[in-house]
Design a protein around this ligand. Structure first.
Ligand SMILES: [Zn+2]
Length: 76
């Protein structure tokens, strides 16, 4: 699957899992494997991979209330 969205918009968007029908906000989805410029998102109900979300600098400037900062050390 290609790029879903930039993370700031995705977190506030209502998404539906095509596998089990779960519906919720993008921010509720579980984080999967992280890459250099984004992260995989998985359904919190059935753990099916939903897609890939690219980090956006705009998120840090105006995050939603439930946004958790992901800024930190990078481990190699
Ligand atoms: Zn699901």
């Amino acid at each position: 699957m290609g790029l879903l969205d930039f993370h700031g918009n995705f977190a506030r968007r209502t998404v539906t899992c095509r596998h089990c029908g779960w519906t919720g906000h993008g921010a509720e989805m579980k984080n999967g494997e992280s890459f250099g410029n984004g992260i995989d998102k998985h359904c919190p109900a059935c753990s099916e991979r939903y897609g890939f979300v690219q980090w956006s600098v705009a998120v840090a400037d105006n995050p939603p209330a439930d946004w958790k900062s992901n800024i930190g050390r990078v481990e190699f």
